[in-house]
Design a binder for this molecule. Structure first.
Ligand code: ZN
Length: 434
């Protein structure tokens, strides 16, 4: 639904001026407040009586809460409680997010008031609003919610605290606790909402894999090669993959122990990996069934570094292209396909020559496609183990390869059986590509 329509709905529900509601909504959405959250806050701002009406809703088990409930009363144990700052109508506003559990299940919550929730507390939340987030119910604890702390703690089959492996973190996770090694780290100056500010960004690793991070309020403990324990981090999607966000409310402490990064990285089926919607560090094994156009010797725009065709950049017009090597290889393991994108170094490896060699070959043949042809002969029909960052967009799944090595498990028999099976698929894909 368009913002306009949301605004219209709200305005007529609340009986207030549509333009005013539109401006407020616009403002919230610009600060990355999800639309549902934004609408909830405006309902509060304009005093929507509907959620508070009809007395206190009846008590429910967490497993029985559905997005169709408007509000509920629940008793549960606070598994996690993490503070985060959002900007609302020009003011910074601290919210608390986390997860609540009872014997029947768990539910995420956002608290707009500071109720002083801590992990391990057993609480009864009276009149908690229910909203839908990604198809699941979520609780909104606000002005109209009453919180009472129960002396008799509830026993729940869940661990208190948000401890997690990097591989298990998902976009939307709040109040996460991780123990990681700082694999990469750089300090950058960005144009933040309060002017220029320094942040740290890089990559964390643990035994389960790696994830990129941003540290909005640089912690001295986060430095290249160090190991740290971070409490109260949250996870947001950035460029198609989950990213760990370390904020001013996170606790960072240096760790003594070593972390063997990637020791337990799991290999996933292509279909499974694509269905995650994006994973930063993943390994797949599959057959290269074709290479796409735009592989081999290519030219990039000197301004924006995008690949150009016939000396024309879509943004910068006629430019002097910079020669480069890359491969876009379609990898298929029978469960799905992904386009493995190989950078210049890996492409030199599979081509068996340098950029200069490729330029030489192209000059000799008076056709730069000979480079792609050589690579095609080399890799199509063979099985590879590809590790890298997987992202999914409307055009399909891309795997930015960090390593690309021929699989050692009996490639020839698997490859030939496989090629027979997917012959049709390969033809189809090449058609789409053309
Ligand atoms: Zn350009």
């Amino acid at each position: 639904m368009e913002l306009e329509n949301h605004a219209e709905d709200l305005a007529s529900d609340l009986g207030v001026d549509k333009e005013e509601v539109t401006a407020d909504l616009q403002n919230l959405v610009e600060y990355s407040v999800p639309i549902d959250e934004a609408k909830q806050s405006l309902r509060r701002k304009y005093g929507d009586g509907s959620s508070a009406g009809g007395g206190t809703p009846s008590a429910k088990d967490i497993a029985d809460i559905t997005p169709d409930d408007s509000s509920v009363t629940v008793t549960g144990v606070v598994l996690s409680a993490g503070k985060r700052s959002i900007r609302y109508q020009g003011d910074d506003h601290v919210i608390v997010e986390g997860r609540l559990a009872d014997e029947t299940g768990t539910v995420d919550y956002t608290s707009w008031e500071d109720f002083g929730l801590s992990p391990g507390d057993t609480i009864t939340a009276g009149n908690a609003n229910v909203r839908e987030w990604d198809g699941e119910p979520e609780l909104n604890l606000g002005e109209s919610t009453s919180i009472s702390f129960d002396e008799d703690g509830l026993e729940v089959p869940h661990e208190i605290g948000g401890e997690s492996d990097l591989a298990d973190l998902e976009t939307g996770d709040r109040a996460a606790t991780v123990e990681v090694s700082v694999v990469e780290c750089e300090r950058r100056t960005i144009d933040g909402r309060d002017g220029e500010t320094d942040i740290l960004s890089g990559v964390f690793g643990d035994e389960s894999g790696r994830l990129p991070f941003t540290n909005w309020d640089p912690a001295p403990e986060i430095e290249d090669g160090g190991t740290v324990r971070i409490e109260n981090a949250y996870v947001q999607e950035f460029r198609g993959v989950p990213e760990v966000n370390v904020s001013e409310f996170s606790t960072v402490a240096a760790l003594e122990r070593e972390i063997d990064v990637g020791a337990d990285t799991t290999t996933m089926g292509v279909g499974e990996a694509v269905r995650t919607g994006g994973v930063y560090d993943v390994e797949v094994v599959g057959n290269v069934i074709a290479i796409r156009d735009g592989s081999g010797l290519i030219q990039r725009c000197p301004e924006c570094y995008r690949v150009i065709q016939k000396g024309q950049c879509r943004t910068h017009g006629s430019v002097d292209g910079v020669d480069d090597l890359r491969v876009k290889a379609i990898v298929d393991d029978g469960t799905g396909t992904v386009t493995a994108v190989l950078d210049d170094e890996i492409t030199e490896d599979v081509y068996g020559g340098t950029l200069d060699d490729a330029l030489e070959a192209a000059r000799e043949a008076m056709d730069q496609e000979v480079v792609a042809d050589t690579i095609r002969e080399e890799i199509v029909g063979r099985e590879y183990r590809v590790r890298g960052h997987l992202s999914v967009d409307e055009y399909g799944a891309n795997l930015d390869a960090e390593s690309f090595a021929e699989s050692d498990d009996d490639p020839e028999t698997r490859a030939s059986a496989f090629l027979e099976e997917i012959d049709g698929t390969a033809a189809e894909l090449e058609e789409v590509d053309a």
